[in-house]
Design a protein around this ligand. Structure first.
Ligand code: 13P
Ligand code: SF4
Length: 310
């Protein structure tokens, strides 16, 4: 079967099962093509609130499907590959943050959305990479604990020098892999290219950037720019999407190694099998099941993110 034939089957099943497909932009091109909504973490959170279909199929990682479930608790939400998790989301737990809260109760706890629902229950507000600066600036408390990504936290802290932002040691293993040496080598090879980087990269890498932003921030910047060449400092699927969308420009990965293996677990057959499982009700589809009380408690900081970030 060709990719196109499988995509056609998926589109048919999607309609028959009354399912909306949400895909993070780190997904492969053939997956983005059959999705109803494609975007960065913030856009997908907002989209998840307004789905009309009875079922949501999330192509991304576990915390994203969990966020969609919290925002649309009356819907059935499925993750297309049950093994797709985000290592950063597992780095800190509820007890650890509760203990810090007890020691420093005057800090507002700001959680990157890449966290588990259980951890979100002890946080005050969520942020994503595209909304973090806006939200931190909007907070009326200047004392903040920012978790778990210390690289994104450092990027925000530099732009809010009046705030006392405490960080812990957490972060994205994929973005943290980019080294200054790789950036310098890419800049030497492509001297006319702008370097566009995600704030999950280390501060030394971020310092070398011409633009810092979320995945869709990077894509929008490159599309609107008059420049013709770009070195991309985020997951390599963005290089592929940009090259496809802007054939007259050139996009270079800063490192061939910049692949999130969790995001890449999902395949078109996974999506087909999940939709077939939804259709037959045989339990083959991986549904996100959450306790009502957990949804109520964890959702507060996501609602706060949307209120402050909108
Ligand atoms: P954004 O979608 O906010 O750019 O975050 C990237 C990421 O690493 C998601 O897991
Ligand atoms: Fe998690 Fe990083 Fe992969 Fe995003 S790119 S899902 S933050 S490991």
């Amino acid at each position: 079967m060709t990719v196109r034939e499988l995509q056609e089957k998926i589109l048919k099943l999607k309609k028959e099962t009354n399912t909306a497909i949400l895909a993070h932009c780190y997904q492969a091109r053939e997956i983005c093509e059959i999705a109803d909504f494609v975007g960065d973490s913030y856009k997908l959170s907002v989209d998840a609130k307004n789905i009309k279909e009875e079922n949501i199929l999330f192509c991304g990682v576990h915390f994203m499907a969990e966020t969609a479930k919290m925002l649309s608790p009356q819907k059935h939400v499925y993750l297309s590959n049950k093994h797709a998790g985000c290592p950063m989301a597992e780095q800190m737990d509820k007890d650890m943050i509760s203990a810090i809260r007890a020691q420093e109760p005057d800090r507002t706890v700001v959680a990157y959305v890449n966290t588990t629902a259980a951890l979100k229950t002890v946080c005050d507000v969520c942020v994503t990479s595209s909304s973090a600066l806006r939200i931190v600036k909007a907070l009326d408390n200047d004392k903040i604990l920012f978790i778990p990504d210390c690289n994104l936290g450092d990027y925000i802290r530099r732009q809010c020098p009046d705030k006392d932002i405490k960080l812990l040691q957490g972060g994205c293993p994929t973005h943290a892999r980019i080294t200054v040496r790789e950036v310098t080598a890419a800049k030497e090879e492509y001297p006319d290219a702008l370097f566009l980087v995600h704030p999950e990269c280390t501060p030394k890498v971020v310092e070398l950037a011409d633009y810092v932003g979320s995945t869709t921030g990077i894509m929008d910047f490159a599309k609107k720019s008059d420049k013709k060449e770009f070195i991309i400092g985020t997951e390599n699927s963005i290089v592929e999407h940009l090259q496809y969308d802007c054939p007259d420009k050139k996009f270079y990965p800063v490192s061939r190694d910049l692949v999130c293996h969790n995001m890449k677990l999902t395949t078109l057959p996974d999506i087909y099998n999940t939709l077939a499982g939804i259709g037959s009700g045989n339990g083959d589809a991986f549904e996100i099941i959450m306790d009502d009380e957990l949804i109520v408690q964890a959702r507060k900081c996501i609602d706060e993110m949307i209120r402050l970030g909108g």
